[in-house]
Design a protein around this ligand. Sequence first.
Ligand code: AMP
Ligand code: ZN
Length: 469
Amino acid sequence: MKFFNTLTRKVETFVPNVDGKVNMYTCGPTVYHFAHIGNLRSYIMEDVLEKTLRYLGYDVKRVMNITDVGHLTSDGDTGEDKMLKGAKREHKTVMEIAAHYTNAFMDDCKKLNIKRPDVVEPATNCIPEFINMVEVLLEKGYAYVAGENVYFDTSKLKNYYVFSNQTEEELKVGVRDDVSEDTNKRNKSDFVLWFTKSKFDNQELKWNSPWGIGYPGWHIECSCISMKHLGEYMDIHCGGIDNIFPHHTNEIAQSEAFTGHKWCNYWFHVHHLVEKGGEKMSKSAGNILTVSVLEEKGYNPLVYRFFCLQSHYRKPLEFSYEVLDNITSAYDKLKKKVLSLKDDGEVAKDVYNEYRSKFEDAITNDLNTSSAITVIYDVLALQVNDATKKALIKSFEEVLSLGLFTECEEKKQEISSELEQFILEKIEERKAAKKEKDFAGADAIREELLSKGVAIKDTREGTIWELVK
Ligand code: AMP
Ligand code: ZN
């Protein structure tokens, strides 16, 4: 397996710390809003990386955090607390907001066939671990207390800017609205490990610590959560490119100061999903599209996955509905072909092995997903029985997870327009009944639809339906 390691700025052959095993960590979402399809691009590509490693026979353990405290709008130590911002916006508590958007994120991942990591850990579960790490950093002289906060002293490191030889100014491009200077900092690049003198009077989540009541900085959570589950040596750390600085740079600084040795060997970063004109899709800029919006517009979420896999993870990907429409028709055609494959006998072993290795060559070559998809088309064009084609594409699906063998979507497309009209009318009738508080009537409509094999579900964007057996 070869992929681009941001640490060495080279495409490298992957060699794990322990033969056959992979320790992998993913920076999870900040759950103050729905994940947008840009965030999900990163998670889709990380999912493909994980599944490729499993396909190759590695025993993978993947951990992801859920950021429910400490992440400020600047990614550094300035701006507002993102969680508090979400809670204020929706007149809810921070924990309510966190639970709601964590569930929404997991639902979106399911729809995109993104496997749930083996461990998913919210930051607020790990406060004792954060405090312990900060204490050790203080003991070792890598941290200091100033203005009642605890800071990491970046001048104590030989090389703080580990990613490339970029200067601080170049790296600051990735930092959003980093305006106010914190006069407690000894060096400009120092960062907060623990906020004790709260920046926010109304900070909702705070804990006792040796430095007073406060809350952790954002970066410390990934160092601690990964070490809690994966130990002091990690193979692959993933995230979007905006995480390179300051987040991943700070994670490395504090983790290596804490352990006294190199922490993670490979850094995998996914480039951004951008709007037309090149602007990054971002929650804070407000230009976001979600999976639910795509669904509302009639797109299958897996078409979005297909769209992401058609381009390389190391290039910006421009989103447009025109392209998504083209991709939809390509996806539908492909799926129709795959679903029509018959079980017509024995798998031709030699052809199977040959095309499996073609697929493997593509996907292990710096995760060349579009070439891997081309291998599906090559297989479909082969002069060989359907059983062989089916077996091959099924094995590729272990990595690509495009839902090519899932029948239900196809069924929905083939449903008569008459029945569809009937369903939509019934949904409207039920909506009106509920408005009139006629709940018995609304339930009767649900039962009537179910008797015709149609199940309905109320979601945050309205009522959706599906055919059930
Ligand atoms: P956040 O919820 O903001 O902490 O971000 C979750 C993940 O999405 C991180 O790995 C980010 O690097 C990544 N990300 C943020 N914006 C984009 C984007 N426009 N395209 C791809 N990945 C992104
Ligand atoms: Zn992280």
